[in-house]
Write a protein that binds this ligand. Structure first.
Ligand SMILES: Nc1ncnc2c1ncn2[C@@H]1O[C@H](COP(=O)(O)OP(=O)(O)OP(=O)(O)O)[C@@H](O)[C@H]1O
Length: 404
């Protein structure tokens, strides 16, 4: 048993949250048939709640008795994880609450977190998710704070305006299709090819696509070695006060003289010169802005192939308006992140960014949930929250193609 658990505490005490309304509505049957039996076999102490209404999980996490549990297991989609994180943020003992690891088990339609933790092969396998809840190791993840109208919320996965927000929010009626609703929504939005009416400003740290890939590989190698040596159990203190920035020793400030990966069709930079505080503005017409902290946003889309769990940086994709055919071509291979290399897709690592709508009509999706389409600012905070992971890094395999 010592060898099987390899330094992991046995018989974890688990708080389990199941959303009966997640995705196609299978979360309860998955839990009863394939998750709970694994917990039972591992002699975990289980306290489960089937959520009854939106906001229920957030309320429960706000008042969670932190002495009672080793982990919070979420059998649902990303929306419920968003609630758990925002509930922890309202806890009286916020720092300890964020040290309780979250285990994601796919029950929703997108299930980005489960995919990133378990990888594309096992992401939807609820038994693999259950095993991770029993034996995964804690891994720190960055969180982003999003300020809008003097309110602050926490986001762990993504924020998007334009095409992807329209398709995420506009395809709620296709929820019964599970994850297939996303490619269908994508095609509908590409046909419309609408301009995203926003001004995007950022504090950019890196814009060289190839360098970002090398950095991601180096970070994965380091995490693998740490996990192999069993030295990844975490204990470092966290800071919630202000932007807890990165050790960007291997990132460099970009020049504003143009994106890097390939020679762009347009030779000049899409970025303005930095203002006195280091903010730059993206100056070309946008199809969408997609910002995130995790590589997969759904099983079909490796949107942030070089995103790292705890580099203190947000990955921002600024997609220029371009021809419909190019957008559809980019969809072919998007599960492998092929769109990363298209010339009109600009990719930045930033410490913070701001989006200001230039028109009242539009959609904002935060971790897949709808928020008001109004000005917001996002800042990355390093190592704030904790998840359980079998690997110690987000499981996304991404290589530089020969053609690059
Ligand atoms: N009993 C309930 N009835 C209705 N809504 C609920 C209930 N319990 C939770 N919710 C809400 O359902 C929302 C969506 O849930 P969840 O994220 O689990 O599924 P999903 O949206 O299908 O998955 P994904 O976010 O991965 O696409 C959550 O934000 C939560 O507020």
């Amino acid at each position: 048993m010592d060898a099987a658990y390899a330094g992991i505490k046995r018989q974890r005490k688990l708080k389990v949250l199941v959303n009966p309304k997640s995705g196609p509505g299978n979360a309860i049957s998955h839990y009863n048939q394939r998750v709970e039996p694994v917990f039972h076999a591992a002699r975990c102490v289980v306290d489960s709640t089937f959520t009854s209404y939106p906001g229920h999980a957030q309320e429960l996490m706000r008042d969670l008795d932190l002495d009672q549990y080793d982990a919070v297991v979420v059998v649902a989609g990303d929306g419920l994880i968003h609630e758990v994180i925002n509930g922890f943020a309202e806890h009286d003992d916020i720092e300890r609450a964020f040290r309780i690891p979250i285990a994601a088990i796919a029950g929703g339609s997108g299930n980005g977190m489960a995919l990133n933790i378990l990888g594309i092969q096992d992401g939807y396998d609820v038994s693999a998710g259950a095993l991770n809840a029993v034996k995964g190791r804690p891994m720190h993840i960055d969180l982003c704070s999003l300020k809008q109208d003097n309110k602050k919320i926490w986001t762990f996965m993504s924020q998007t305006v334009g095409l992807f927000a329209n398709l995420d929010i506009g395809t709620e009626w296709l929820r019964f299709l599970g994850s297939s609703r996303f490619p269908i929504g994508f095609v509908i939005e590409v046909i419309k090819n609408k301009r995203c009416p926003v001004k995007l400003t950022m504090k950019v740290v890196e814009s060289d696509k190839k360098r970002m890939v090398h950095k991601a590989h180096a970070s994965q190698r380091k995490a693998k070695a740490q996990y192999a040596s069993g030295s990844s159990e975490i204990s470092s203190p966290i800071s919630l006060s202000s932007s807890h920035m990165t050790d960007n020793e291997s990132f460099v400030m970009p020049s504003t003289s143009g994106p890097s990966a390939r020679s762009d069709a347009k030779s000049s930079s899409p970025l303005s010169a930095p203002d006195s505080d280091g903010w730059v503005t993206f100056e070309r017409p946008l199809s969408y802005v997609y910002a995130g902290k995790c590589p997969y946003v759904s099983v079909d889309l490796l949107q942030f192939p070089v995103a790292l769990a705890n580099d203190g940086l947000i990955d921002v994709v600024a997609q220029e308006i371009t021809r419909r055919k190019l957008m559809l071509d980019a969809m072919d291979g998007s599960e492998y992140g092929r769109q990363y290399w298209i010339e009109t897709q600009h990719y930045y690592k930033v410490t913070a960014y701001r989006v200001e709508p230039l028109s009242p009509k539009g959609c904002l999706a935060v971790d897949g949930e709808e928020y008001p389409f109004r000005t917001f600012e996002v800042e990355c905070h390093r190592d704030i929250a904790t998840v359980l992971s079998p690997y110690g890094f987000f499981k996304a395999d991404f290589q530089i193609p020969d053609a690059q």
